[in-house]
Structure formats: structure tokens, C-alpha cells
Design a binder for this molecule. Structure first.
Ligand SMILES: [Fe+2]
Ligand SMILES: [Fe+2]
Length: 339
């Protein structure tokens, strides 16, 4: 497994310089499989597949691209990015006169990470088409790949044509994508993508769909979030019951993977790249992001969905709980029952 990036020092593996390179290549040894049994269907997976087919939308025609988005324009409280409105006052590196700029940079950073995460979902789910043994799961995964391609299309068009700027992939996200794509065990791919990354993304998208400053991005995030709900359900369906009779060594490997994923995703929300681009005091920004109560609440909200699914799967173990508490990603009272 890859070394865990330490936010205090830059990540040892996936540095910002690496993130700025055009291409990330991942070597892996995977086993592709074909399944000749076409009759055997898991009705839950098949019904998700039917829903996916019926819920396809067209990023070209179903989104109102005529909205004028002016990066850097003054925002009123009504249309401002409310999510970022708290970044003023004590301990904040953002002076009041830079609040509008910060809101736009924050929105650009968030949308950039959505975009990179969508590409990650596209490629990792394509991997599942190859490696997962059941034909119905291959079929569903293929339909998810089409969803993810559309999500990449929508976010990329928004960044390119409307914001005119894009941040590199966050090192924590890049490292986790690298870990997942290096994996040969398909259930761990589900844990990394459908449970952790999509679990975080759905809440982030929903918050963005009500908090961001322009109607266009609110529409895009809302439509993408609706698809993500089905993708998460696919992961939960595939993994339910899988770990009940697992050997302790197998369980420990899943637990180790989850703990590294949680650490990586925790470092993602420190906004280092935003502090750097705005030429603000980076140490002050990192300290603020780590300790500000509203930022901590935001991270806890993001992790709620992940915790919920881990509990369902029997993977909210003592070690995972301890890590979530140590990283302040959950409120202690929500950790009472583990399984
Ligand atoms: Fe997606
Ligand atoms: Fe997805």
C-alpha cells in the first residue's frame, strides 16, 4: 500500500507536481473474467440496472448551458456560495475583502475535485466490468461507466467554458485512485469507489447543489447526485453479506485499506491548494481548516454516508471507529453501536 500523505509535510508519493502532470499511469495485475451463465440474475442488481437505463440524461441538451457564469463576479448573500461564507473572522487566513475571490476559488477547487473524482469513477468502474464475476454486476457496472462518462463531460464543460480554470487533482484523491487501480481484488475496488469516494461525493454534491453561487452548477451537481445514489446502492448490494464469514486476515486487509482511504480523504479537505493559489498564509489556512468548527462539521457531514454504509457491511470496526474519532470525522455520540 502507498504511504499515507501527511498534511504537515507534502505527500511522499503523490505530490502536487505529480498531480500537475497530464497523465497518471497505474500498473496492476488484474484478472479479467467472462461468465457464460447469462440466466442467473440478482434481482436487486438488475432492478438498479433498469433504473439506470431509465434515468439516463444528456449533458448536452438537459443542462441549461445558457446561464452566464462570471468567475470572480461579486456575489450576493442569496446567490453566494453559502458553503464558503463562514471563512471570515478569527483564525481565518481570508481577509474580508478577499471573500468573493475565495468563494469562487473554493467553488473551482470543489468542482475540479468532482471532475477528477468522476474520471476516477469512470476508470475504476470500467475495471469492475472486467473483474467482477457476475454477469448482472458487469452489466450494471457498464451502465455506471456511461453515467460517469456523462458526469466527466458535464463537469469538464463547466470548468472549461464557464469557470475557465481547473485545479489539479488533490494529492489525497490522486493517491486513493492510484491505490484502487492497483488493486486486484474487486471487492476492494467497490470499497474504495462505491463506498468511500462516492459516499463522500454524494453529500458534497448535494451540499453544492444548494450552496454554490450559480444556477448552472447547482443543476449539474443535483443531476449527478441523483445518479450517484444508485451507484452507492450498487456497491452496498454487491458487498452485503460478503464479510460475514470472511477470515480474520481477509477482514484485516479490508480494514487496513479503509483506514488508509479515510486518512487520505481526511487530508483532502484542508484546502491547501486554495490557500496556495490565493497566496494566503498556508500554515494558517491548514490550521484553520483542521480546527474551525464549521469546517469540522462539514467533514463530519460528508463522512456520514460512508459511516452508514460501513456499519451496514459490518466494517465499522473498533480500529476504524478510533480513526474516525481521532480525525474528528464523526461525532462521538454516533459511534455508540458498531455493527
Ligand atoms: Fe459520477
Ligand atoms: Fe458514480
Amino acid at each position: 500500500m502507498t504511504a499515507v500523505p501527511d498534511e504537515a509535510a507534502d505527500p511522499t508519493f503523490f505530490t502536487l507536481d505529480a498531480a500537475k502532470a497530464d497523465l497518471m499511469q497505474v500498473e496492476s495485475l488484474t484478472t479479467a473474467c467472462l461468465n457464460w451463465d447469462y440466466g442467473k440474475r440478482d434481482s436487486r442488481v438488475w432492478s438498479l440496472y433498469e433504473k439506470n437505463k431509465a434515468s439516463q440524461w444528456n449533458a448536452t441538451t438537459d443542462i441549461d448551458w445558457d446561464h452566464d457564469v462570471r468567475f470572480g463576479a461579486e456575489l450576493t448573500e442569496e446567490n453566494g456560495a453559502r458553503l464558503a461564507g463562514f471563512v471570515v473572522g478569527e483564525g481565518s487566513p481570508v481577509p474580508r475583502e478577499l471573500l468573493t475571490q475565495f468563494r469562487w476559488e473554493y467553488q473551482a477547487w470543489m468542482c475540479s475535485q468532482f471532475l477528477h473524482g468522476e474520471q476516477g469513477a469512470l476508470v475504476t468502474t470500467a475495471r469492475l466490468v472486467e473483474t467482477v464475476p457476475d454477469m448482472d454486476a458487469k452489466t450494471y457496472a457498464a451502465s455506471q461507466v456511461a453515467d460517469e462518462a456523462r458526469h466527466v463531460e458535464a463537469f469538464a464543460k463547466y470548468m472549461d467554458e464557464k469557470l475557465g480554470t481547473v485545479y489539479p487533482v488533490n494529492p489525497g484523491l490522486g493517491t486513493l485512485l492510484h491505490d484502487v487501480l492497483s488493486e486486484s481484488r474487486w471487492d476492494i475496488v467497490y470499497l474504495g469507489m462505491q463506498v468511500v469516494m462516492e459516499g463522500l461525493a454524494i453529500t458534497g454534491l448535494r451540499l453544492a447543489s444548494s450552496g454554490f453561487g450559480d444556477p448552472l452548477i447547482r443543476q449539474i451537481t443535483k443531476m449527478v447526485a441523483a445518479d450517484e445514489a444508485r451507484h452507492i446502492a450498487f456497491g452496498v448490494t454487491m458487498l452485503t453479506g460478503m464479510y460475514q464469514d470472511a477470515m480474520s486476515a481477509e477482514l484485516k486487509e479490508r480494514e487496513d485499506f479503509l483506514m488508509e482511504s479515510i486518512r487520505l480523504m481526511s487530508t483532502r479537505f484542508m484546502l491547501r491548494e486554495v490557500w496556495e493559489r490565493m497566496e494566503l498564509d498556508v500554515d494558517k489556512g491548514l490550521r484553520f481548516a483542521r480546527t474551525n468548527p464549521m469546517m469540522a462539521t462539514y467533514r463530519q457531514l460528508l463522512f456520514q454516508q460512508v459511516v452508514h454504509v460501513l456499519r451496514q457491511l459490518g466494517l465499522l470496526t473498533e480500529r476504524v471507529k478510533e480513526l474516525l474519532l481521532a480525525e474528528n470525522l464523526v461525532r462521538p455520540e454516533t459511534m455508540v453501536s458498531t455493527r
